[in-house]
Write a protein that binds this ligand. Structure first.
Ligand code: ADP
Ligand code: LRH
Length: 494
């Protein structure tokens, strides 16, 4: 096959986009046909995703893609861990919860009373995040939804099911659940049963690159596509697709996938399941083609976007993203540094006590750091603190995996943030290569294209194509490395 015309659905926690791509051995052209806001909806004190609205937006995107020409394939990726439960008749049981919902508070600690933390890590290799699917499901124990559930579908698999009628779990996303055996690459059914979960709800696994199925007759008719259009399983975890498109030239690249979350780490051939990796709380997620994403979840640009949301609600002037970033660039460097991964920053919130600026102020006060007062100072505190976290975790990753890092690739929407890219280069002491911003979409369409017969045999070929078609921006480290070393020390004393 010369080239194909495929559609990527890439769902982020704050926005979703549907993109048409023409992909050939020398071609990689994207045209965004639909973009829509996304966000968790609070209903009676719980945070949910409106997945039926997402389905409707996907159909709208497919309709626009179909209007522009033939479609050879469709792939869906989204954020990890969240899922829907289906009953025996394959009907969705309730609205899926958002990973920021508080019902998982304290659940991990309870599970770790049953299963030894070291044993859990040796089996699943994932970071202890309160919202890992295992903890979400344990939190649902005894609820009608879980009692009636016959299948658990991760969100991209649920949305794919509504397009094709096919049930399954794509492996890169399954690897984030905490219910997946990282070495055998199968469900950890024994673990599920031990923590009281019905392992029969875990659907058959599929690999990125497998064909999921073809469009259901109703779906095909409603979007104006033929029924034989295949839905292809891509790296359905958005971060897995983003890592496919990291334009690295060498094996074991270091990357920062920068969006709502910051995922900082390395691509490896094998998981690192040592006691040191567990103590550093690193995750070993599954990548495309059997690779391992050895990385750390850092709270990310969520902290900034949630602050922006609050300022907009309060009508604070001059607080759109460009204005706030300009003010941050002019603000005093490293004035306030906080632990950006503090659990208090996870939930949404606005207003004088629950807003991001208030929570950052509380962290600053507790650490004896000056409280950020202006929007520029708040944003600078967030960006400086993110850069400090990247420095720490990049060095940890390299040490734990025994890999030398000489360049850091930054992909995702955050690669457009020049100030953050420069701070990252300065903090990490290595050049930053920024771009592409739409890495998840690129990884999604590259994997589809290979399945559909385009000559892109492996990740190296896909990355070479991204390099040939997407200009990168380079940020050299500036300033004294000792400044950042001192800040890491200042932070570790807190
Ligand atoms: P996700 O897929 O998690 O929704 P994205 O990869 O789309 O996230 O990244 C979104 C983030 O990228 C925003 O929160 C914002 O901070 C940043 N961003 C996007 N565009 C720009 C821009 N032009 N300048 C600076 N930052 C940007
Ligand atoms: C980024 C992401 C990340 C997960 C989080 C839930 O969008 O998928 O890799 O840990 O969302």
């Amino acid at each position: 096959t010369g080239s194909v015309r495929v559609v990527a659905v890439d769902l982020g926690a704050t926005s979703g986009r549907v993109t048409v791509a023409v992909v050939g051995p020398e071609t990689l052209e994207l045209t965004e046909v639909h973009r829509f806001p996304n966000g968790a909806v609070e209903v009676e004190g719980s945070l949910h995703w409106d997945v039926r609205a997402l389905h409707r937006e996907i159909l709208e995107g497919l309709r626009r893609a179909a209007a522009g020409g033939p479609v050879d394939g469709i792939g869906i990726d989204s954020w990890a861990v969240d899922h829907g439960l289906l009953d025996a008749g394959e009907r969705l049981l309730g609205d899926p919860f958002s990973y920021r919902d508080s019902r998982t508070d304290g659940v991990a600690a309870r599970v770790l009373d049953t299963v030894d933390a070291a044993e859990l890590y040796a089996l699943t290799g994932v970071q202890q995040l309160p919202f890992n699917t295992i903890y979400q499901l344990v939190a649902a124990a005894g609820t009608p939804a879980l009692e009636q559930a016959s299948t658990m579908l991760l969100l991209p698999d649920l949305l794919g099911f509504w397009l094709t009628g096919e049930i399954g779990a794509e492996a890169t996303n399954a690897s984030t659940t905490g219910l997946y055996d990282v070495r055998s690459r199968t469900w950890a059914t024994g673990l599920a049963e031990r923590v009281g979960l019905p392992s029969a709800i875990l659907p058959p696994l599929r690999e990125a690159g497998d064909r999921v199925g073809t469009l259901l007759p109703d779906v095909a008719a409603s979007v104006g596509l033929p029924q034989d259009v295949p839905v292809v399983a891509v790296g359905s975890h958005d971060t897995a697709s983003a890592v496919v498109a990291v334009p690295a030239e060498h094996a074991h690249p270091a990357y920062l996938s920068s969006g709502t979350w910051s995922l900082v780490g390395l691509e490896l051939d094998e998981p690192v399941l040592t006691e040191a990796a567990r103590r550093a709380d690193f995750t070993n997620e599954g990548g495309v083609d059997g690779t391992v994403r050895f990385l750390k979840n850092v709270m990310g640009l969520w902290v900034l976007s949630e602050a922006l949301r609050g300022w907009a609600l309060d009508g604070v002037p001059g607080t759109d993203l460009p204005a706030v970033l300009a003010a941050a660039a002019a603000a005093e460097p490293l004035r306030t540094v906080v632990d950006i991964n503090d659990a208090s920053l996870l939930p949404p919130g606005t207003g004088p006590t629950h807003g991001m600026p208030a929570r950052l102020a509380a962290l600053a006060r507790a650490a004896g750091e000056p409280v950020p007062e202006t929007p520029g100072q708040v944003a600078r505190c967030v960006l400086d603190s993110l850069a400090v976290a990247y420095r720490r975790h990049l060095h940890e990753a390299a040490g734990l995996a025994g890999v030398t890092v000489d360049v850091l690739h930054v992909v995702g929407g955050g690669s457009r943030n020049d100030l953050l890219c420069q701070l990252t280069a300065d903090a990490c002491g290595v050049p930053v290569l920024a771009g592409p911003a739409e890495a998840s979409t690129l990884g999604n369409v590259l994997v589809q294209a290979r399945t559909l017969g385009v000559d892109l045999p492996d990740l190296a070929a896909m990355r070479a194509l991204v390099r040939r078609t997407h200009p990168l921006r380079r940020f050299e480290p500036t300033g004294e490395a000792s400044v950042w070393r001192d800040v890491v020390q200042r932070l570790s004393k807190i």
